[in-house]
Design a binder for this molecule. Structure first.
Ligand code: SF4
Length: 328
């Protein structure tokens, strides 16, 4: 039985953080054993918001590749590559831009949300508006069966389907319909309790040395009502407890929740328990990270070989597209 094809990407904007790990990377590691997976580092997408400031993009790409490999992506089990190494992404995006109505892009809900989140930057560019169209090209180029998404990205996927249908209708059927692989990820707040976001400076980068991670966790916000050690707390209102729900075994969680509600434990003790479990969880990652980081040639080779494998599929789709357009 042939495996279903899965496609997903992550942007190299700064260092990957715990939210990326819990929300995407951990899932990729699992998916590579179940499907034919194409995962890429979306450096072209990074340009849509960081077009003025590209000096770190190459280092960020390398560091992200190290994070992905250290987290357990195996180049024998999945295709891992850098988007800009497969120029067919840009070419298909250009072709799609010819027949995609502007209104389709303007109504994508995340367009306004993201613009609001990044206000202060000049994002009145085609690249920013066309971001979901580049995503459609990424997905359709590989004729992906499934795309792992959170609920907030369903509108992007619907746009991808609409673009594929429009192409099939205007020229001839080339693109299958991709489906969402809905990923219910726990909401992981940032260290200050707000949404974890690089623009808020409240992330926990995966690549931080262990001492720095400890320092950040020990300074994390807790239940704001728990001002003194003797005040009882409410784990449901504490971002630290959300982390426990991911990294700490259930029986220990119950014990900590009870200690919090009765003021039997202090927040520092509670955070130390969390760090113990996080340290265990990331022990193998940390070792592999050291190994890959000290071997950039190996990482470059993995990305180059991944791009070669991806290009075969991308080239074949683009040949079909050009033939349908009579561009041959
Ligand atoms: S004891 Fe733990 S769960 Fe309760 S407020 Fe403090 S850090 Fe949060």
């Amino acid at each position: 039985m042939s495996m279903k094809r899965v496609l997903s990407a992550i942007q190299p904007t700064g260092r990957a953080h715990l939210g990326n790990y819990v929300g995407a990377i951990q899932n990729w590691v699992k998916l590579q054993h179940e499907h034919e997976c194409y995962f890429f580092i979306a450096d072209l997408h990074a340009l849509t918001t960081a077009y003025e400031n590209t000096q770190n993009i190459s280092e960020d790409t390398f560091q992200l590749a190290v994070d992905l490999l250290a987290a357990g992506l195996d180049p024998q089990k999945c295709v891992l590559f850098r988007q800009s190494d497969v120029t067919e992404h840009a070419e298909l995006h250009l072709i799609f831009s010819m027949f995609t109505p502007l209104g389709w892009l303007e109504r994508v809900p995340s367009y306004k949300d993201k613009k609001e989140e990044l206000k202060g930057r000049d994002l009145n560019t085609y690249g920013f508006l066309g971001y979901p169209l580049l995503q459609a090209a990424d997905i359709l180029l590989y004729k992906a069966d499934y795309v792992p998404v959170g609920r907030d990205q369903l509108a992007h996927l619907e746009l991808t389907r609409e673009v594929g249908r429009r192409f099939n209708h205007l020229y001839r059927p080339v693109f299958p319909e991709c489906k969402e692989l809905l990923t219910e990820v726990p909401f992981l707040p940032g260290t200050d309790g707000r949404k974890m976001s690089k623009s808020y400076g409240n992330t926990l980068p995966l690549s931080d040395p262990i001492e720095k991670t400890h320092k950040t966790v020990l300074a994390m916000m807790t239940d704001p009502a728990r001002k003194r050690r003797t005040d009882p707390g409410d784990p449901a209102k504490c971002p630290v407890f959300t982390y426990h729900q991911i990294f700490t075994p259930n029986d220990k969680q119950a014990e900590l929740a009870q200690g919090c509600r009765s003021a039997g434990i202090g927040c520092i003790d509670c955070k130390k328990v969390l760090l113990e479990h996080m340290d265990q969880h990331f022990a193998a990652y940390r070792q592999r990270r050291k190994d890959f980081e000290s071997n950039p040639d190996q990482v470059a080779r993995i990305l180059t070989q991944g791009a070669e494998r991806a290009r075969k599929v991308a080239h074949s789709t683009l040949t079909e597209v050009k033939s349908a357009l009579k561009l041959t």
